[in-house]
Write a protein that binds this ligand. Structure first.
Ligand code: BG6
Length: 443
């Protein structure tokens, strides 16, 4: 096959999921509650009143997930482990049922030549920790480091790639500032700054644990900075984007990745002695989740202006934040590389949402998803040509799943999940992505 868009040899092609979004609960499951179990019970918290109680029932059908990965020919799978599944009680022993589940999953992945990439925290904090203040409580950072140490200890013989957090900005921002994700709080000022600071601390402590226990393992974090895209590609507008990048995300990215707080923000969280020395340990890779971007031009008081999207600008169905901006997959890695000197980057999420109300046949005829991913990949290809530090791409998501506060009203999978039989059916995009992987090129 002829393609102008061939990827480097050994490029990692995968798909991603998260525990609460796919696992469900087994009958008589000994797992503990997470903040999402609690949050889903709140009136109007979830668009369709649903929860992740069933989700895709991967807890019963993980072989089907492996089949799906094999179908597309993925060489890697990004999934998360659930803290309350592994540690149902505070200070308690690890759950043998939880260990058994992840152990079988890891073995089956490896047996099929699929490299596991594990996220330690994809938003499902144990409720017992939230009862003590959750991420508002500094002690949660230490609890997380201890949890990370135990999980890595359990699986490091078979798993090499670890991600501490998924999207601190969205997970904690929507959960502790906007009140629309678990635990549904609306904090401001110092209280909110502490939440982000504790997460930065937790990440740092966990990386230290991982590298002490398994020095040859790869430790990283998955971030989702807003991506500015220059309206015109000239130095003036690119410089404006750099300013926007820093203004929009510096307050949570800088402490994570360079161990500093921006000047106009420093001092806001409660920083204890020694904290700043701990922050931003060296990591082996940076994960970026990029779905959209914001067009920016030079001007205004801060030296940049975000250009408002017109009301009819194309976005994924009914998902206002998912504006379709393919160049974001070039500028996102570029700005992260420039600002934080990232040597190794994975695109840990990128994907497209369709309307959950569509029937199965229409859902599977997802030409729009192919269109979306294809154009994003073209821009990623440019970033690889220019920077050479991008090692892999994970499509979000492998399966249609529980989409947080959207419930099941949105579908982002390469595979349709039947809500009664939990059968996974490949969409057109799964066939297309499989060809991309087979040819290691955009087709
Ligand atoms: C990312 C998350 O922010 O976006 C995923 O890491 C999530 O867990 C995905 O599913 C899609 O977002 P939403 O809001 O449609 O669920």
């Amino acid at each position: 096959m002829n393609s102008n868009y061939t990827f480097p040899e050994g490029f990692i092609w995968g798909a991603a999921t998260a525990a609460y979004q796919i696992e469900g609960k087994a009958a008589g499951d000994p797992m503990g509650l997470s903040i999402w179990d609690t949050f889903c019970k709140r009136e109007s918290a979830i668009k369709d009143g649903s929860s992740g109680d069933d989700a895709c029932r991967s807890i019963d059908f993980h072989e089907r997930d492996i089949d799906a990965l094999n179908y597309i020919g993925a060489n890697a799978y990004r999934f998360s482990v659930s803290w309350p599944r592994l540690f149902p009680k505070e200070g308690g022993e690890v759950s043998p049922a939880g260990v058994d589940y992840y152990s079988r999953l890891i073995d089956d992945l490896l047996g099929n030549g699929i490299t596991p990439f594990i996220t330690l925290y994809h938003w499902d904090l144990p409720q017992y920790l939230e009862d003590k203040g959750g991420w508002q409580n500094r002690e949660t950072a230490f609890a997380f480091a201890d949890y990370a140490k135990k999980v890595v200890g359990l699986f490091q013989d078979r798993v090499e790639h670890w991600m501490t957090f998924n999207e601190i900005s969205t997970g904690l921002g929507k959960g502790y500032r906007d009140g629309i994700f678990a635990p549904g709080l609306r904090l401001q000022g110092r209280e909110l700054a502490n939440v982000f600071h504790h997460a930065a601390l937790a990440h740092a402590l966990a990386v230290r644990e991982i590298k002490t226990l398994a020095p040859t393992n790869q430790a990283g974090i998955v971030c989702d900075p807003l991506t500015p895209v220059p309206l015109l590609e000239d130095e003036e507008h690119i410089e404006a984007c750099r300013k926007a990048y820093s203004a929009w995300s510096g307050y949570w990215l800088d402490p994570l990745l360079q161990g500093t707080y921006p000047e106009d923000y420093a001092g806001l969280p409660d920083i204890k002695e020694g904290d700043m020395d701990l922050l931003a340990p060296e990591i082996d890779f940076l994960g970026l989740n990029i779905y959209s971007g914001i067009y920016v031009r030079a001007g205004g008081e801060q030296g940049f202006e975000a250009i408002e999207f017109p009301r009819d600008y194309p976005s994924a169905h009914d998902l206002d934040w998912m504006k379709i901006v393919p160049p974001a997959l070039y500028w996102g890695p570029r700005f992260a590389t420039e600002r934080y000197g990232a040597d190794s980057i994975f695109i840990t999420e990128n994907g497209y949402s369709t309307d959950g109300a569509l029937g199965k046949a229409e859902t599977c005829n997802d030409l729009d998803r192919i269109h979306y991913i294809k154009h994003y990949l073209m821009h990623l290809h440019r970033a690889i040509r220019e920077y050479g530090n991008i090692e892999g791409y994970f499509c979000w998501s492998l399966l249609d799943n529980f989409e947080w506060s959207e419930g099941y009203t949105k579908r982002l999978g390469l595979f349709h999940t039947d809500d009664k039989t939990f059968e996974r059916v490949p969409k057109l995009s799964a066939d297309w992505y499989r060809a991309v992987i087979r040819h290691n090129a955009i087709v």
